[in-house]
Ligand binder design. Structure first.
Ligand SMILES: C[S@@+](CC[C@H](N)C(=O)[O-])C[C@H]1O[C@@H](n2cnc3c(N)ncnc32)[C@H](O)[C@@H]1O
Length: 398
């Protein structure tokens, strides 16, 4: 990334353009809420993402602050495209020599849904050639390219006869927060865990209890939310750093502002995370330490039914195994039934949630759900089941 080449920059990074923010299925509504809270307009939305408007610098801000997003993509060009020759010409016409340094490494990601081409490898190659050939013609050297998305990343979307070219300002997915060095078993993706916590309405103003915490993802995301800490604050590498238009000063200001906004000291409410497995708690503690939130979470090794639940109400979230990847179904049926008993007996005044990918097991809890929210864990359709446990339940012998 040539700092000296900034004068040559063709692209006005303050220009407001469409920004496509991608997310996992089921997370769109939470992403919209986050964008609105950050003051961004919603142009349109679909299952896999939300379109807003802003500058390249806004993309940097979004990459730092969004909890439920995968990638923040800055639109460079949209055009009619009936075949791969047009694709090459249109992409090659952009002044890439002012966007990507010849010393950079380039990765092209494509999603293609058009009549003439049925795999995305070939269009990716065409776009890569168009960019690299242009840079070679103008500078005499060409960037390396490949599938690593930790440097300069360009995205192509090609649907029927329309194509869009974006600068991927996030690079590696934003769900890679860099704190989970010890994954333990079946960890949730961080962006999904954040969406689940957001779906419960948690904002740090309630006690939150997380039995079966595994590697601690839900607890850590809850702590980051309570502290108002930028989820990507630990990352030192983003896609936007690998484009010539990167404004380092604006980035440093943004990071400092984010650091100043963090709630210092202890929280007024408690975050309690437990797991029956010592190794899980060791991993969760280490991950929380890396995320800088270890001091905010009370960890304990115990069966979920022994978890301390503070008086006064709050939120409980449990992500038990659900049999598709781990655990045996018969055993799990008993565990789900025990979870229902735990809610009734120990969680009066709490909104309790179970995140599961198995509908049938959800039915074994033996309590009436007050809401069901659909998410996807990878390709598995999952539900966040809500049980409202009223204060009277405990007194009247639930
Ligand atoms: C699906 S994993 C949770 C993954 C977690 N959400 C994460 O992101 O890492 C389920 C966890 O439940 C724990 N577990 C299973 N049976 C338990 C029990 N009876 N009491 C407490 N924890 C239990 C397992 O040790 C495992 O860590």
């Amino acid at each position: 990334m040539g700092a000296g080449s900034r004068n040559l920059v063709w692209m006005d990074i303050r220009e407001r353009k469409n920004i496509l923010v991608t997310c996992g299925p089921g997370l769109k509504d939470y992403l919209i809420a986050e964008l609105e809270e950050l003051g961004f307009e919603i142009v349109s939305s679909h299952t896999g993402g939300v379109v807003t408007r802003g500058s390249f610098v806004d993309c940097m801000k979004l990459s730092l602050h969004l909890r439920t997003a995968y990638s923040v993509l800055y639109l460079l060009k949209e055009f009619r495209c009936g075949n791969s020759e047009t694709l090459y010409k249109q992409v090659n016409a952009l002044p890439w020599e002012n966007i990507i340094d010849a010393e950079e490494y380039l990765c092209v990601l494509s999603r293609v849904d058009t009549y003439s081409i049925n795999n995305s490898m070939y269009p990716s190659l065409k776009v890569k050639d168009a960019i690299v050939d242009r840079i070679h013609k103008k500078t005499g050297s060409r960037p390396d390219s490949g599938s690593d998305r930790n440097k300069a990343v360009v995205n192509l979307f090609w649907k029927k006869d329309k194509a869009w070219i974006y600068l991927n300002t996030s690079g590696l997915k934003l769900s890679d927060r860099n704190y989970r060095k010890m994954p333990f078993k079946a960890p949730l993706r961080e962006s999904l865990a954040a969406g689940i916590v957001m779906a419960t309405g948690y904002d740090g103003g309630q006690d939150i209890v997380l039995p079966m915490c595994g590697s601690g993802t839900l607890a850590i995301e809850a702590a980051l939310i309570a502290m108002k800490k930028a989820p990507a604050g630990l990352r030192s590498n983003f896609g936007f750093m690998h484009f010539k238009v990167f404004d380092e000063q604006a980035w440093q200001r943004m990071r400092n502002d984010a650091r100043k906004a963090v709630v210092k000291g202890r929280l007024k409410k408690r975050i309690i995370a437990t797991d029956i497995d010592e190794e899980a708690i060791a991993a969760a503690k280490q991950n929380a330490k890396t995320a800088g939130v270890e001091h905010l979470i009370e960890f304990k090794v115990c069966d979920f039914a022994q978890t301390e639940v503070p008086e006064g109400g709050g939120i409980v979230i449990v992500n038990p195994e659900y049999g598709l990847r781990l655990g045996e179904l018969d055993e799990l049926e008993k565990e789900y039934k025990r979870l229902g008993d735990f809610f009734k007996q120990k969680c009066a005044g709490y909104s309790c949630y179970i995140f599961t990918g198995n509908k049938k097991l959800g039915g074994k809890v033996g309590l009436k759900t007050s809401a069901k929210m659909i998410f996807f864990n990878g390709k598995i359709e999952c539900r966040l089941l809500k049980y409202e446990i009223y204060d009277g339940t405990r007194r009247f012998g639930g």
